[in-house]
Design a binder for this molecule. Structure first.
Ligand code: ADE
Length: 253
């Protein structure tokens, strides 16, 4: 997977992604990270890339031409353009669709993604219309720029790229698998500050451990993210358990 990030702060993106698992994935060649400084495409003799908004108002707007040229420098070599298609270009904005695991899996199917990071009051709408294919938000709050959201997306998508996670880091049994949160985890010691590891995890009975973990996942999802349950993959027996627990919590039985 090839990631290109168009930004005014390339160091921030490179430094943020060059450590730990994503750093290793870059070194090992499972993913590539190309940061493009929009300022390098300024058409102004003072290297400016922003200007006042037409119609007045606070803040500055990033101009269309430097963004277009930065995008073009990447797009012209993209596999999509060679196939007569527009490369997938994601603009990070609180006005976008809210990012979630299903989107992660969909983006992970692409060979190449371009991220466009805004700053200040945003980017001239005309260039967005020209280059952007997806508008994505990482949550209903406003950040100072698109760099952190782009890093969040690169991290989440990279995890899905084959080879990025070592066997012991991958997990088919992770939060959001089947719309359920992950079960609680424990490690040594068996007793920490008087709190004991659930006995079943020490039993060596794999079937019982699996059943316990599954139940914990369902209970945890009910407690913390009940909104996910409606679309969770539950057996008839599990659905009955959820109903029973809900009735119990509402004092119906
Ligand atoms: N830029 C500023 N805030 C953002 C958010 N919440 N998501 C994506 N991009 C942003």
């Amino acid at each position: 997977m090839d990631f290109h990030v168009l930004t005014l702060f390339p160091d921030m993106v490179r430094q943020g992604l060059n450590t730990s698992i994503i750093g290793r994935a870059i070194k090992d060649g499972h993913i590539t990270l190309n940061t493009v400084n929009i300022r390098d495409f300024s058409v102004n003799k003072h290297n400016r890339v922003d200007d006042y908004p037409y119609g007045g108002g606070a803040g500055m707007v990033i101009q269309a031409e430097p963004v277009y040229r930065a995008w073009e420098s990447v797009a012209k070599n993209s596999k999509a353009i060679k196939q007569g298609k527009k490369p997938r270009c994601i603009y990070l904005t609180p006005q976008g669709k809210v990012f979630h695991q299903t989107m992660v899996e969909e983006f992970a199917q692409e060979e190449e993604l371009i991220f466009l990071c805004g700053h200040y009051e945003g980017i001239d709408e005309r260039v967005l219309e020209e280059v952007v294919t997806d508008y994505v938000s990482i949550g209903d709050y406003v950040l100072t720029g698109g760099e952190l959201p782009a890093m969040v997306m690169v991290d989440a998508i990279s995890r899905m790229v084959p080879g990025v996670l070592a066997n012991d880091e991958s997990g088919t049994t992770e939060s959001f698998e089947g719309n359920l949160l992950e079960y609680p985890q424990y490690s040594r010691p068996e007793d920490w500050m008087g709190k004991k590891v659930p006995a079943i995890l020490l039993s060596g009975d794999h079937a019982k451990v699996e059943a316990w973990r599954r139940e914990q996942s369902i209970k945890r999802t009910m407690e913390r993210r009940p909104d996910l349950l409606a679309d969770a993959d539950l057996t008839a027996k599990e659905k009955a358990m959820v109903e029973h627990l809900l009735d119990k919590s509402q004092g119906k039985c």
